[in-house]
Design a protein around this ligand. Sequence first.
Ligand code: NAI
Ligand code: UGA
Length: 552
Amino acid sequence: MAALQVEAIQLLRSDTPVESNKRAAEHLPVQSHSVIKKICCIGAGYVASTFTSPTSPPSCPKNPDVEVTIVDLSERRIQAWQSDDLPIHEPDLLEVVQSARDAIIEGRKPNLFFSTNVDQAIKEADCIFVSVNTPTKTIGRGQGRQSEMSYVEAAIRKIAEVAEDDKIIVEKSTVPVRTAERMREILAANCRPGVSFEILSNPEFLAEGTAIKNLLTPDRIIIGSLNTAAGLSAAESLVDIYATWVPRNRIITMNLWSSELAKLAANCILAQRISSINALSAICEVTGADIAEVSYACGLDSRIGPKMLGASVGFGGSCLKKDILSLAYIAESLHLPQVADYWRSINDINEYQKDRFSRRIVECLHHSLTNKRIAILGFAFKKDTGDVRESAAISIVNDLVSEGGSIAIYDPKAPDENIWYELESTSPDIKLLHERVTIYRSAHEACVGAHAVVIVTEWDEFSNKTKAKPLPAVDATTPPRTPLATVAPQEGYIESKETKPVAGRVDWAHVATVMRKPMYIFDGRNVIDEVKLEAMGFRVEGIGKAGTVRVS
Ligand SMILES: NC(=O)C1=CN([C@@H]2O[C@H](COP(=O)(O)OP(=O)(O)OC[C@H]3O[C@@H](n4cnc5c(N)ncnc54)[C@H](O)[C@@H]3O)[C@@H](O)[C@H]2O)C=CC1
Ligand SMILES: O=C(O)[C@H]1O[C@H](OP(=O)(O)OP(=O)(O)OC[C@H]2O[C@@H](n3ccc(=O)[nH]c3=O)[C@H](O)[C@@H]2O)[C@H](O)[C@@H](O)[C@@H]1O
């Protein structure tokens, strides 16, 4: 039997019948539920940032008695969480963590702890969040396509091994649908006699760069459970925790499998919107349509909405690509090849977008980068994070190095070691990479002697647009007075009459004095007001805007 078929049968095999979507709450006797007092979060990565605040004052004064211990196998990560040099860059995160640390000084009971003592934290907790990484597999069957579940499995085995009493286990990591069933099998086979576990799904929807905002005012909290009395009771215990700061109507309980799948679905739909607009950007570049205006026009339809429609050099980050791969693999395992192809095409367009951008740079620079210096502004996969995982910058730098260019990188937050790690693990020639690539401490330094500047991340400091209040809501019955062409569609931006450089931002007039001529800017994020910069002598090539060359 084909391997995939076996897997499909395994995936569909169910020791318990597939629970119906209808909540059983109204059919089951109302049970009292336990009160969660001690939480353990396994995995001290990005998602752990969501555990730093809500259960600790002042953000949530109603939860002062709930203790949270965040554990990790990595001593280095835990030490960083305990210092002022946190392991991740996230706006407002340090203040939140410091506020929890200030508890003792202010006479409050400390309730946020970081530790490498995983066993002890598991033993003491009544609720354990599994927040470990689930990257795409790099070895074995399903490599490059399937989610690597070994970290989740190790965490579950550890819980089974050390737990001495009943626990609620919460899937916080993004996992394939029906993972909870596999967890249940592992727990049942390995736990101590008399100990029982209830598994909930509570996917995380934070976006990096806005983690604290998403935490404090989430669009929704999803809690999935089995439709059993014990499952519903565990879900209610978790609802109680969130309900101390999230309005009750935003906390949605549902069937376990729906919750697991909803997380993957949400990321795939978000990525699908970006690939849709990026596919349209290619049409804009050859027709004279402007992707910013197209996106704005589409986003005004209330059924579509304006978010996640920003054309770009391609989406990055640790999750969108891998979650699409995971969903496609699940579809394939379920013998739904058309469904798998549909989702994979979203990643295909993303690769195409990155490749098109690299080729456009090379073609504009007369098909050769030999003896040419290219400044790369931004290496993180988006602004307000230092995370470089799957950033579009990785393939662009590798492409430009292989074309003979010398590359000068600047990013305000991405750690040098992470930039090197990503480049080295994808480079076809590491020696050449080190000969050709240098990382600089400022955008101005990186631009000295450059033949071209490539903006890969939309950090505010690279933009020459003035950030202003969002555009007023449009009354559908009255046409806007401002002609569309002068309304910048990116949320929160309007055209500025400002000509002087804004403090803390790149001084493009200065950059014009240090670059080689002709001066190209390849704006992979459309953060540049090209009219102003072209007046200074730059040639600006934006995404989805008619440019010098046609790249298909
Ligand atoms: N990064 C993000 O913004 C979001 C991530 N997610 C999902 O959340 C999960 C975690 O993501 P990140 O926080 O980005 O991962 P990460 O890679 O930043 O952190 C995971 C941490 O788990 C630790 N770990 C792995 N196995 C362990 C074990 N057995 N015991 C103790 N610690 C262990 C690792 O050392 C690492 O520090 C993934 O499934 C991801 O898809 C979901 C929403 C947002
Ligand atoms: O599961 C996850 O990890 C998270 O993945 C994404 O969050 P994140 O990857 O942090 O950031 P996004 O804001 O979604 O951006 C992803 C990529 O798309 C790009 N993007 C975003 C928006 C847009 O309009 N255009 C665009 O190209 C960004 O620059 C970035 O490279 C989702 O937005 C979160 O809801 C989800 O929880």
